[in-house]
Design a protein around this ligand. Structure first.
Ligand SMILES: C[S@@+](CC[C@H](N)C(=O)[O-])C[C@H]1O[C@@H](n2cnc3c(N)ncnc32)[C@H](O)[C@@H]1O
Length: 665
């Protein structure tokens, strides 16, 4: 929750109404449902204030006029912004509104045509036809535009058919005889005098090793076959490597159990898949969200957005955190019958309360509600009184669901049914789960239009939303992690950022990194946010911050199996042999220095590719360099950090990217 949110203020006010007796009763509760029942009357005093739909015919009309002016002046970016704004706010509940919408979309397709964005022209024409109120007299225009796109893409057969369609549609055009003849001859000229198109398809960068998961993990379907999940009473569940895993390997590719776009990004990123879009598709009923395709619009409208259309702006305006939106989405994305059916199963599971390790022989899938339901809540550590705030929030979210029609049109706000109590109790559990398990969804943004692939350009990673990834949520934290994450849409991709040996724990990172935050701050941060004390090597051994690392220092591990001893050498001051203080074995230093000397050639080459934006080549050389660094030395080491940083940048560039980001359409 933001510091000064309305909700928080109302929440404090409501909680202040509780008597000491109420608080004691609350502390004595053992079940979420009891907590909801106990607090409903107090929590229902928090107002649910309806927000207007965000649709306006006049604003849409104004956007069309502005857009047309920009189009005529060949200011296509500005024209697009206006048409997009008009499309989002245009009402769709009257014939007049739908007709205006189709004209806005058609005009936008003309703008995309001028920008050689032919795929987008096709999508907009499909959109016009799906809305269905485009004036018949104008139909020839969209067929003609579509035919020209086929021409530009050298698709002769479809171009021919579509030109014919344009000619046929001219019978509805309101043209006089002379105008009609002129148009027909114009189209026939286009058919006859085709110039070979110079348009090249953009290179599609492969974004993941699609072969990784074929024959992959049979139990945890989103992970690489060389990962398994272990359990320890102190650490809970965590990931380990079955076999050695090299640097750069994708070890998790996971769709979210649920994902939410943050408030600031609802007009730039698709509500359904979180991808940024320059071609928004509108919700027919509200002007508060966008979709990146008709397909996403339909999938959202048939599931969560059907209910959230009315309630999401209220939730955002309340200032509640994104975890609250996710706790609600975990419900709104399924019909309430689904949870009623699961009720008995969940209650049976809960009786057997230590279901920490997933039930053997069951497939662990991120779309399975039971999987999400049993994610870590650190329930033994939570003080009962702390749940008062979460319970009040769960009741507010339940009331929003009622307001949005989740339980049907006739439910009352001032009373709560058993079914509603059950749903609210699930929300209360979701809030606790999300506190420890949610992940940011991010994209790279570059404000400079036109610079796309040069890695050296100034992209900034921005959080666009949050998601729950039940497989990734099983990874424990280290301040020196084994992985880097990025998103493609709302899909999470996780790659190794160092070589991992068979049997090693594979670590995630929850925010604090040893190179940029000192140990006390990291430990405090992790304790406050995730409720555990960090004992990773950087915390235990107090590794220095990157700025304090000595570039002349090299650490080498003793070669005796399982011996933890490390030698520290200095580049210009070393002896050929060293003896281990721990197991007394003697280690020859020369092979290590020889191994590391390969970097003198490799790293400048890698940097050169990196600077030129040749990311594939740079990636290969940096991965090779990292393997050498880990083979012949041990962290902390400034070269390792630098190479890992480069690799992270290169990997993250394979994910979501938005060029020419425009704030607030
Ligand atoms: C996202 S969950 C990770 C999976 C969790 N271990 C489980 O059993 O489901 C985060 C929680 O795991 C535990 N955890 C994560 N990293 C840890 C670490 N390095 N040491 C101890 N506990 C850790 C903490 O309880 C933390 O709140």
């Amino acid at each position: 929750m933001t510091k000064s949110s309305h909700f928080q203020k109302y929440c404090e006010k409501a909680i202040a109404k509780l008597s000491e007796d109420d608080v004691d009763k609350f502390k004595a509760t053992t079940r979420e449902e009891e907590r909801i029942k106990l607090l409903y009357d107090v929590a229902k005093t928090i107002p649910v204030v309806p927000v207007n739909s965000g649709k306006s015919f006049d604003q849409a009309q104004e956007a069309k006029i502005n857009g047309n002016k920009f189009f005529a002046a060949k200011k296509y970016t500005e024209a697009l912004n206006e048409y997009n704004r008009g499309i989002i706010v245009c009402p769709q509940d009257t014939d007049k509104g739908r007709e205006l919408l189709t004209i806005l979309i058609s005009n936008r397709s003309a703008t995309f045509f001028e920008q050689d964005e032919f795929r987008k022209v096709f999508d907009d024409i499909d959109y016009v036809l799906a809305v269905g109120s485009y004036p018949q007299k104008l139909h020839y225009k969209i067929w003609l535009r579509k035919a020209k796109c086929y021409d530009a893409l050298n698709n002769e057969k479809y171009a021919e058919e579509t030109y014919e369609l344009a000619i046929k549609s001219l019978k509805h055009a309101e043209l006089d005889e002379k105008g009609l003849a002129k148009k027909i001859s114009e189209i026939q000229d286009l058919q006859k005098n085709k110039k070979p198109s110079s348009f090249k398809n953009h290179e599609v960068i492969p974004v993941s090793n699609s072969d990784v998961f074929t024959g992959g993990n049979k139990e945890y379907v989103a992970t690489h076959k060389n990962i398994y999940f272990d359990y320890d009473p102190l650490l809970g569940r965590f990931a380990r490597a079955v076999e050695n895993i090299e640097t750069g390997v994708i070890i998790v590719e996971e769709n979210p159990h649920c994902a939410v776009v943050s408030h600031e990004n609802t007009l730039s990123n698709c509500q359904f898949c979180c991808s940024s879009t320059k071609q928004p598709f509108a919700c027919p009923h509200c002007g508060h969200v966008v979709f990146c395709s008709l397909n996403c619009e339909r999938k959202a409208s048939m599931t969560f957005h059907r209910v959230e259309c009315k309630l999401q702006p209220i939730l955002f305006l309340s200032g509640a955190s994104i975890n609250c939106s996710m706790a609600l989405r975990m419900i709104s994305q399924k019909p309430h019958g689904f949870f009623q059916q699961k009720k008995k199963l969940l209650k049976d599971f809960l009786k057997d309360s230590c279901k920490k390790v997933p039930i053997k022989n069951q497939i662990y899938r991120s779309d399975d509600y039971v999987t999400a339901f049993f994610l870590c809540r650190n329930e033994q550590m939570r003080k009962k009184g702390e749940l008062v705030h979460y319970s009040v929030m769960a009741i507010f979210l339940l009331r929003l669901l009622k307001f949005g029609g989740y339980f049907g049109p006739t439910v009352k706000d001032d009373v709560v049914s058993e079914e509603e109590v059950f749903i609210s109790s699930l929300i209360l559990r979701h809030l606790q789960i999300l506190q420890f398990n949610s992940h940011e969804i991010s994209e790279l943004r570059n404000m400079v239009e036109g610079v796309v692939d040069g890695i050296q350009t100034s992209y900034k990673s921005e959080c666009i939303g949050a998601g729950l990834y039940p497989t990734l949520a099983l990874f424990n934290h280290s301040c020196d992690p084994s992985i880097v994450r990025y998103n493609i849409g709302n899909r999470m991709i996780v790659r190794t950022i160092k070589p991992v040996k068979a049997g090693d724990i594979v670590y995630e990172n929850y925010g604090p990194i040893y190179t940029s935050m000192d140990v006390d701050e990291r430990r405090t941060n992790l304790q406050e946010r995730y409720w555990f004390e960090c004992y990773c090597p950087p915390c235990q051994e107090e590794w220095p911050l990157f700025d304090n690392m000595d570039p002349n220092q090299i650490k080498i591990g003793c070669q005796t199996e399982n011996c933890p001893f490390e030698f520290t050498l200095y580049r210009d001051d070393f002896c050929p042999y060293m003896q281990c203080d721990y197991c007394n074995s003697v280690v020859k230093i020369f092979p290590y220095l020889k191994g590391l000397s390969q970097l003198a050639l490799l790293l400048p080459k890698a940097e050169n590719f990196y600077a030129k934006g040749e990311s594939r080549e740079a990636m290969k050389l940096f991965m090779q360099s990292l393997d050498i660094l880990y083979k012949y030395s041990k962290p902390p080491c400034p070269d390792m950090v630098k190479v890992q940083q480069r690799l992270k940048t290169l990997f993250v560039h394979l994910g979501n990217k938005q060029v020419g980001y425009v704030q607030n359409l």
